[in-house]
Design a protein around this ligand. Sequence first.
Ligand SMILES: NC(=O)c1ccc[n+]([C@@H]2O[C@H](COP(=O)([O-])OP(=O)(O)OC[C@H]3O[C@@H](n4cnc5c(N)ncnc54)[C@H](O)[C@@H]3O)[C@@H](O)[C@H]2O)c1
Length: 312
Amino acid sequence: MRKILITGSGGLIGSDLYAALCDRYGDANVVSSDVRHLHDVRQFEFLDIRDKERLRTLVEAYNVGTIYHLAGLLSAGGEKNPALAWDVNLNGLMHVLDTAREFNIRVFWPSSIAVYGLTTPKINVPQHTSFEPHTVYGITKSTGELLCQYYSHNYGVDVRSLRFPGINGWKGEPGDGTTEYAMHIFYGALRERRYECFLAPDTRLPMMYIDDAIRGTIELMEAPSEKLTVRTSYNFSAISFTPAELAAELRKLHPDFEITYKPDIRQEIAATWAQSIDDSIARRDWGWKEEYDLEKMTVALYNGIKGRIYHE
Ligand SMILES: NC(=O)c1ccc[n+]([C@@H]2O[C@H](COP(=O)([O-])OP(=O)(O)OC[C@H]3O[C@@H](n4cnc5c(N)ncnc54)[C@H](O)[C@@H]3O)[C@@H](O)[C@H]2O)c1
């Protein structure tokens, strides 16, 4: 089989995706790459996605047939350095799409709920609607979606994409993203019995447990091409909740947990995003359905993060 290359493999999503792809296709078929060295993978290659020649070299050397392109800067990091976010997120994506065109490679690239802006409906966002993102991260994702559609329509590149909501997992380290309070809250509860949240208590955002996100990603990549009607990026959703609702759920497992709120710049970012999403086209085209609700996700994160902390 032609091999699978993951870019940005050391991140929150890449850690779980790597394990899932190895389980499914065998670790001899999965090549991990990142700008930080990863030690617990069978095949690792250093790859800065801004270096197109290095990408081409690896694609040829490993006979790559599929790329899961996860390398990128997220919302808070992008606001700190817009030029770098543009370079990594968009020039990096173009390098992947050009290489995919040259070597006939299937590509997965995640977009984000950050493509939505103040002119987007807040509730049940339709697949096709107004996109005027307010962050440079959202601008790179919105532009990237159009690039994917362009390469698909004009060059026949088989690129597939999902607008990820906030993804919550426990195997990778949470970063500084706007939705990532939903993981930091567990570290706070388990280490100090308290957490100061950087979003206001009633900030409702679309979220998903990582197992659902990984399964949905692989299902999309295995779906027959002719069934896919969206080549920008599919709306993709599971649950929506607020920090107060998550704290109440967490208290069922950890009754003495206390939460306080001190909104920072991420509150302004969150205010421009949608609260819930209509993903009926993904459900119709390739049969998407989530398995984790808020309660099930909370138990999974609590147990996973407890195990991590115990082994520190
Ligand atoms: N985590 C979420 O909730 C979420 C939501 C929507 C979309 N996404 C998208 O999913 C993808 C992965 O997100 P994540 O949460 O795993 O992010 P992450 O920050 O945990 O991981 C990103 C990885 O990319 C690597 N990277 C950064 N610059 C690079 C470069 N120049 N070349 C190669 N690698 C580089 C980093 O070292 C890191 O390991 C990103 O495209 C992100 O926009 C994530």
